[in-house]
Design a protein. Sequence first.
Length: 202
Amino acid sequence: MTIDEKIKLAENATTPIEILTTLSKDEDFEVRKGVALNPNTPLDILTTLSKDKNGWVRISVALNPSTPNEILQELSKNEDWAIRNNVAKTSNIPKDMLIEFSKREDKYLREGVAYNKNTPIEALIKLSKDNNDWVRYEVARNPNTPKEALITLSKDKSEDINKIALKRLEELNSPKKKIESTESKISNNKTTLDNLFKEKNI
């Protein structure tokens, strides 16, 4: 079997567990990385791969939507900054963990939190005043950053950051954005009313 065939098998969600187990021990890190990314990989294999000698394999475990919080916590303390950064960026990480990461001294974790689209508003506001430029840069770029944080960032000492923040504020204040927001509210209200009518058989 070629390496490419092994990788496809490792990434395939329908691959039997016994084959994933064998592939998780393959000498080629790309094959092990495929197993680490597979959402059907069992917990015991993910645990083993989270300690793999290859950093890309450990990052892949962090990005796997099936990886439990306990493993994510362990990876958040990994010696490799790229792994810690990617743990905070993963989409399946719970919000309470993101808040906890936002308070850590590790700038790479905080940058990942600032980037994450699921980061709670209160954490983004706090990180908008972070002492690290890259953290504030990611807050400015995050589509969920609230207006009050963008106003703060529009006065940032970094020209790159205040430019992004000013552009975001312009977009938020644009007539088109307001119309889209109003239309969205109307649509949501209509959906709510429709559901109520169905429940009451109106």
